[in-house]
Design a binder for this molecule. Structure first.
Ligand code: DAH
Length: 339
């Protein structure tokens, strides 16, 4: 059979193969290999090129190349028409239908406030320390100058586990843990959970969070305490907020004070939230009592410092205008989603 006849034969065989099978891509691949593969029918014809005369060779070459091109383009066309029909099926999906919602979580408001407070004090060079939530009478009371029958114990209704082990009532215990294990100077804040056996109400819960601060160095003054806490209040509540310090009493500080900020709701004019005073109490503070240094073996002649403690729930309630402390623990997504 002449090469021209063979070319014709391959062409018609290819056409009938393609007709039978042109809807399936994997079969199309097989056809491609059958004709265009290295050992395929078309390559086999190219081998015959050596046997034709010099005059005929260019014509044969053209004819063979044309065969190869035609087969290639017909296979490509068959593939793209079969994938067109697949695409058509995809288009039957209605993309305007609303999709399944992705429910994103949100950060708990207490975490938000805690992180913000931590970052303010980090900027002032305070690092973070943690203490245990289950602690002994010594760290929670005794070492903080609150001996057994001291009336100040009545300020904090305590959950006792044994006579000596309790759930800490404040983060002040971490002052003692930290000073016991570290030499001065000290510059820490200690965030954490605290527990009090109080009736659950709009304003109080059996657990809540505090941040404690402790700064100990040589010749620390009350002016530094005021400057630090004033800066903190303006960073947290806004630069226009005013602060004032009122004398107070805590066994572990002397002198002691409470800090108020001008009411962030009425700007100091007097409203229901500040009970018409124009001021909101936000934290307790004072110069560390020398008795406290004695219980951690710091020399009170050499070292001085200040401490402060604040409730995170109270800060969050003020910052976000939350009226009921129990909402923080309700797990109610309608509440949590707002933050
Ligand atoms: N521990 C106190 C409380 O829970 C708060 C406090 C007041 C902490 C004064 C301090 C401080 O470090 O100096 O009410």
């Amino acid at each position: 059979m002449s090469i021209t006849d063979q070319i014709q034969k391959v062409r018609s065989e290819f056409s009938s193969d393609l007709e039978k099978l042109s809807s399936d891509n994997s079969v199309l691949d097989k056809i491609r290999i059958k004709y265009l593969g290295r050992k395929g029918l078309v390559s086999a014809l190219f081998v015959h090129m050596g046997t034709v005369s010099n005059e005929e060779r260019p014509k044969m070459g053209q004819a063979l190349n044309a065969l190869k091109k035609d087969i290639e383009s017909e296979i490509d066309a068959a593939i793209s028409s079969s994938s067109d029909s697949k695409n058509q099926k995809l288009l039957d999906v209605d993309y305007t239908l609303p999709g399944d919602p992705i429910n994103r979580g949100s950060i708990h408001p207490l975490t938000l406030v805690m992180e913000e407070i931590k970052s303010i004090f980090n900027r002032l060079g305070f690092s973070i320390a943690y203490g245990p939530e289950i602690d002994s009478d010594f760290y929670n009371f005794e070492a903080l100058n609150i001996p057994k029958h001291h009336p100040a114990r009545d300020m904090q209704d305590t959950f006792y586990i044994t006579d000596n082990i309790l759930l800490r009532t404040h983060t002040s215990d971490t002052q003692i843990h930290f000073m016991e294990n570290n030499n001065p100077p000290v510059r820490i804040i200690a965030p954490g959970r605290v527990y009090r056996n109080e009736d659950v109400s709009v304003r109080s819960y059996c657990l809540f969070h505090q941040i404690e601060g402790l700064y100990v160095d040589k010749k620390v003054t009350f002016a530094e305490l005021k400057g630090t806490l004033d800066y903190f209040a303006r960073e947290l509540f806004g630069q226009n907020v005013k602060t004032r310090f009122r004398p107070s009493y805590f066994p572990f500080t002397e002198p002691s004070a409470e800090m108020d900020v001008s009411c962030i709701f009425c700007k100091g004019g007097g409203c229901g939230i500040c009970k018409k005073t124009g001021w909101l109490e936000i934290l307790g503070c004072g110069m560390v009592d020398p008795e406290v240094y004695k219980s951690v073996d710091y020399d009170p002649q050499k070292w001085s410092g200040f401490a402060f403690g604040m409730g995170i729930e109270r800060m969050a309630m003020l910052k976000y205008g939350v009226q009921d402390i129990r909402l923080f623990y309700s797990g109610d997504v309608r509440f949590l989603r707002q933050f």
